[in-house]
Design a protein around this ligand. Sequence first.
Ligand SMILES: [Zn+2]
Ligand SMILES: [Zn+2]
Length: 235
Amino acid sequence: MKLIDKIFSVIFPHKCTFCRRAISYANARFICPECMESLPFIKGSTCARCSTPRQEGSMPICHVCRKFNHPYSGSFTPLLYEGTVRRALINYKFYNRENFSRSFGFLIADNVIKKGFPDIDFITFVPLSSESLKERGFNQSQLIAEKCGELLNLPVIATLKRINGTPKQSTLSDVERRKNAKKAFFATDEKLSGTALLIDDIYTTGSTMSHCATLLLKMGCSRVYIASVALRSKN
Ligand SMILES: [Zn+2]
Ligand SMILES: [Zn+2]
């Protein structure tokens, strides 16, 4: 390590996104080795569309994806929304920890590669309304998408819009979320083609992802994969 980096590492230590312990300046993913070992990674059999864990030998598509006919071709969601992951995502979104997008983008890109990196033409993200964007100062899904695009060498394109004044999905019940998603998001006139990877920060009921993926297919995409940092169990 250069002397100047050594000095900086003492004054401004790099910290692990999840446990906030100091880490080496060379650690580009901002995740310490202990957290890489202990984070709640989704393992074993999962739904082929949404990454929800399922029992070995059960149907390859979970009952929620079947019931709502979720239109995505697959999912890259590495973690469960619990413990330090939950805390990091809350701090990221509500306490201006924009830099956490580096770790989140890395975790998704790593998951895409581990799952065989299917043909993807571009990355896109769930939009915020202009009101929410002004309030927060950044779109949490866009920053993760940009980091992911850098790591996977894929273009990142803004494709969808969100209307001002519609309730936040996190404040609604499952049924309300599906109705609200249909009112909140809309397609632009842009014509798309090829395979998209649609990114959001957290996957909960799939109502946002499902509606946004449907819009991308209507705009001309042939296929849509989805990715989130963490899966939030509805139970
Ligand atoms: Zn850590
Ligand atoms: Zn599913």
